[in-house]
Design a binder for this molecule. Sequence first.
Ligand code: SAH
Length: 455
Amino acid sequence: MIRKNEIYRAEVCGFSSEGVGVCRVEGCVVFVENAAPDEEYELRITHVGKNAAFGKIEKILRQSPARITRLCPDAKRCGGCDFWHLTYASECAIKAQRVTDALNRLGGQNLERVPLTPAKSCEGYRNKAQYPVAQTKDVAVAGFYKKKSHEIIDIERCRIQPDCAQSARAAVLEYLRQYGVLAYDEVTQRGLLRHIYVRLAAKTGQVLVCLVVNGEALPAEPALVSILRRRVAGIQSIVLNVNTGKTNAVLGEKTRTLWGADAIEDELCGLRFRISPRSFYQINRDQAEILYEKAIAAADLSGKETVLDLYCGTGTITLCLARRAKQVIGVEIIESAIFDAKQNAKENGIENVRFFCADAGQAAKRLREEGALPDVIVVDPPRKGLSRDVLEAITEMSPQRVVYVSCDPATLARDVKYLCEAGYALRSAEAVDLFPRCAHVETVALLSYESQIKI
Ligand code: SAH
């Protein structure tokens, strides 16, 4: 039995999905932050849980050549990134290994090494920033949550955010100071400003700033608009989102435009897309383009197919597919995203698409009952992966190919296993890094139906 506060010798044998090092001490799994591959430590055990323990590096006995000095001075405290202490090459290797291990161990595959496309840049790549705001004694602060807490670290410059986000943050803090506007307090539920939320359309340079407010309005809104317009290059839209709930969700239901357009527009895969505050848009545009190109290549369309795109968001993948298919049906649960998707189809002059606002499982079930027989089904679910009813509907509609775009290798692997047991075979899997310095990784997997009887 390992004991709290005792020191043990241990080697890093892998990494968790959160980017935390995994060691084994006397048969027990110990999670270690700031670990590097193949390092050996003297670890102090800080917590012993039921299934795992946690340890802190006291001394590095064998140091990895992948360990570097962090470029971000706040990386150790901030809950945003995980890998600033490693070379980017080492980070990519960890991510590729994680996808491979998940597909092999949980997905029943026997893959050698899943290839990964690294990002071209590790800095300023995000097109969405969400700064929580809080009131300290006399000033408001805005930054990011400290690891595992809601304490805000006042971060002036975040290396993965674009310049427009940092200037919007500074401009809003200036407005709060000048007009004595108070930040929201999670405990007392008093105060007004909850979040500064910024979105950038990276290709067109358009910027949207959204102020999330515990109320219907802010004092001196025209002054706020004028400060933002002066300080944020490319600003096209300033909106106020009402969120008066006792909730961790950043955005509330209602949005009011304070100045400019209601949404911004970006260009992706040669098409134009509308981005409104509530709709999903991949946070790394350039890498998303690569991810979508891989998904479209995997769909292998000839122009004759009917394609079903489940979890379609604003129709990004749907519209790319439509250019190569007979028709595409997109399904998405958020109404404003479906509104954007329809608008996007219209603006790009694409007519062979239909969009439904529905739960993917219910829509798939209904389509199956109506006798829909898509040739290809594309899915791009949130981290929890596909629900049982989606999986059942897929296997009953039995498309020739399933293209699975995943942001969580573990749930991807679980669903791959299900589909393989239902007659599909995994043909390819490729990872794309959309989140440099963070532990997340995207994967495109292609499954095709194996045991079809050919007449
Ligand atoms: N394919 C899109 C969106 C992927 S993100 C793109 O690449 O831009 C996943 C999407 O699934 C989100 O837009 C989310 O709103 C949607 N979603 C989440 N749960 C859902 C459900 N149960 N049914 C349908 N869509 C859902």
